[in-house]
Design a protein. Structure first.
Length: 492
C-alpha cells in the first residue's frame, strides 16, 4: 500500500508540474525506440573519456544481431530500450522487486509527458523475458573490453593488459526448473537447499571491469572453475597476463595459455614439488625450471594431448608474507615472465598481490549489487539476471573510470558502492536535463563520485566476527510446505 501511495503521489506531482518540466527539461519524445535515455543514465557524452565504450549505434547493432524486435506496436510501453533501462536499473537498486522497476517506468513516462502505464508487473516481466541472453552478454563485453582498452598506461601493470581470474557461486529461487538445471548439493535433502550457479570471471586489473564470464552448475562433469575458465580462452589476447590462485596452476592450463601468447602468474599448486637448489638460479628464492608433461587428464582428448609440449619453462619465485593476520607466511608464484631484468622478483610478488582485487570485485558484485541470490523462477531468467548485474557493474565501473581520468585518480581508488549510490541519486537529472545543461550535470556527477575514495588501509586485518546480534530463527529442516502444515497443526 505504501509503495502504491508513493507512486500515485509522484504521478500527481509530476502531472501538476508538467508545464515546468516541458520548459526546464528536455523531453525525449522518441524514447520508446532509442537507447538515448539508457546511455544518459550512465554519463555517456562525447565530451567525456571512454565515450566509445558503448554507443547507441553499438546497442542497436547488437539488438539487430540478436533479433530483438518486440514492442514495435503503436502505444507499446516496454520497448527494448525501456525494458533494458528498467532491467539494469533494477539490478543496481537495493529494492530489486519488479514493482520497483515498473514504478520507475511510470515516473519516467510521466516525466516524458506521456500517460503512465499500469502498475501491474506482468507486461514488464514478459518484456524482460524477451531480452535475449546474448544481447546482454554482448553489451557487457562491449563496455568492459572498451574501457580496459582505453585505460592509460599509468593504470596498468608494466603497461600490459592484466586480467584477474576467480570464481564464485550464487543461488536462485528453489523451483523445479532451476533445480533441474542448477541442482543443489547432494548432501542437502530435497526442499531444503537452493539451486547453485557457479561462475568464473575475467576481471581487468586496471579498470576492474568484467571482460569475460562463464557460468554453469555447481557440481557435475566439467563444471569446475578451471573447466569454466577454458570457455573464456577466446576472450584472451596475445600479450595478456593472467593472474590467479593455485587452483588454476596446472600444467595443461599454462600450456593452453602459452599457446595463445598469454603470460601467467599463478600461485604454485600445493601438490607440485619445488626445489630452489635446482634449475637456473636468478636470485635468492628465484629460479627457472622445466616442468615435465604429466599424463593425459580425462577431460582432454588424445589429439589435443599430442599437441601439448613435453616441457614448459617456468619461473618460480618465493617471497615472505610479513603482514600480521595472514594465514600464509610464504608464497611461491609460478610465472612465465622469465626475464628477471624486466620483471624483478619484487615485481612478481607485487603482481600476485594484486590478485586480491578479484576477491574485492566479486564482493562488490555479490554484496553491493545484491547478487548473492537471484530471484527468478526459470534458468533462462536466472542467466539473464546474472548478465544484467554484470552489465550494470561494468557501466558503474565505466563511470568510475571517467571520474578517475578527470581527477587524476586510478579507478580502484574510487569506491564502487559510492559510485552506485551517486548514480542512483543522479539518475533522473541525467535523463531529464537539457542537452545544454547535461555536460554540467556530468561534471557535478564525476566530482561527487571522485570524492568517495577508498581508504588507504594496506594489509588491513579484521576478525570474521559480527558485533550486531541479529534475530535468530531455527533452521528449516523439512520442506516448507510440510513445515507449514505442521505449524497449522501446532506441531512446529
Amino acid at each position: 500500500m505504501f509503495q502504491t501511495f508513493l507512486v500515485s503521489t509522484g504521478i500527481a506531482i509530476l502531472r501538476r508540474t508538467r508545464k515546468v518540466f516541458s520548459m526546464a527539461f528536455y523531453i525525449p519524445r522518441g524514447l520508446g525506440s532509442r537507447f538515448t535515455t539508457f546511455l544518459h543514465s550512465y554519463a555517456q557524452d562525447p565530451g567525456l573519456p571512454f565515450r566509445s565504450a558503448l554507443t547507441e549505434e553499438q546497442i542497436e547493432q547488437a539488438a539487430a544481431a540478436e533479433g530483438v524486435s518486440f514492442g514495435a506496436e503503436e502505444g507499446c510501453v516496454y520497448t527494448p530500450p525501456i525494458t533494458l533501462w528498467a532491467f539494469v536499473a533494477q539490478c543496481l537498486s537495493s529494492g530489486k522487486s519488479c514493482v520497483n522497476a515498473v514504478s520507475r517506468v511510470i515516473v519516467l513516462l510521466v516525466a516524458m509527458g506521456r500517460e503512465p502505464c499500469s502498475a501491474a508487473t506482468g507486461a514488464y516481466c514478459k518484456a524482460r523475458r524477451k531480452l535475449p541472453e546474448g544481447l546482454i552478454r554482448r553489451l557487457t563485453y562491449q563496455v568492459g573490453v572498451e574501457v580496459e582498452d582505453q585505460a592509460p598506461a599509468r593504470w596498468r601493470w608494466h603497461n600490459r593488459r592484466t586480467l584477474l581470474v576467480d570464481g564464485a557461486e550464487t543461488i536462485a529461487d528453489d523451483t523445479e526448473a532451476n533445480q533441474k538445471e542448477y541442482p543443489q548439493p547432494t548432501t542437502q535433502k530435497p526442499g531444503l537447499g537452493f539451486p547453485i550457479i557457479r561462475f568464473v570471471l575475467l576481471l581487468a586489473y586496471a579498470t576492474a571491469g568484467v571482460v569475460g564470464a562463464a557460468l554453469g552448475p555447481y557440481a557435475g562433469k566439467e563444471t569446475g572453475e578451471t573447466a569454466l575458465f577454458r570457455q573464456l580462452l577466446e576472450q584472451l589476447r596475445t600479450g595478456d597476463i593472467v593472474v590467479a590462485d593455485r587452483y588454476y596452476c596446472s600444467y595443461f592450463m599454462i600450456a593452453l595459455l602459452k599457446q595463445r601468447g598469454v603470460d601467467v602468474a599463478f600461485r604454485l599448486h600445493h601438490k607440485r614439488h619445488y626445489d630452489f637448489r635446482r634449475g637456473r638460479r636468478l636470485g635468492h628464492d628465484d629460479h627457472v625450471v622445466d616442468w615435465q608433461r604429466p599424463q593425459r587428464p580425462t577431460w582432454m582428448d588424445a589429439a589435443t594431448y599430442a599437441l601439448m609440449p613435453e616441457t614448459i619453462t617456468m619461473r618460480e619465485v618465493r617471497f615472505s608474507v610479513e603482514a600480521k593476520g595472514c594465514r600464509s607466511r610464504s608464497i611461491i608464484v609460478s610465472t612465465t615472465l622469465l626475464d628477471d631484468k624486466q620483471y624483478s622478483s619484487e615485481d612478481i610478488a607485487d603482481l600476485y598481490h594484486q590478485r586480491w582485487h578479484a576477491e574485492i570485485d566479486i564482493r562488490s558484485i555479490k554484496q553491493t549489487l545484491g547478487m548473492e541470490m537471484i530471484h527468478c523462477k526459470t534458468p533462462a531468467m536466472v542467466r539473464n539476471s546474472l548478465w544484467a548485474h554484470l552489465l550494470g557493474y561494468n557501466l558503474v565501473r565505466k563511470v568510475a573510470a571517467q571520474a578517475a581520468s578527470e581527477h587524476g585518480l586510478a579507478p580502484r581508488q574510487i569506491s564502487f558502492a559510492g559510485t552506485v549510490q551517486t548514480l542512483n541519486a543522479f539518475r533522473w537529472m541525467l535523463i531529464t536535463t537539457t542537452d545544454e545543461s547535461r555536460p554540467e550535470a556530468y561534471r557535478v556527477l564525476l566530482i561527487a563520485i571522485a570524492t568517495h575514495t577508498v581508504g588507504n588501509r594496506p594489509d588491513r586485518v579484521e576478525p570474521r566476527r559480527l558485533k550486531r546480534r541479529y534475530d535468530r530463527y531455527r533452521l528449516l529442516r523439512m520442506p516448507r510446505a510440510k513445515a507449514r502444515k505442521a505449524a497449522i497443526k501446532g506441531k512446529l
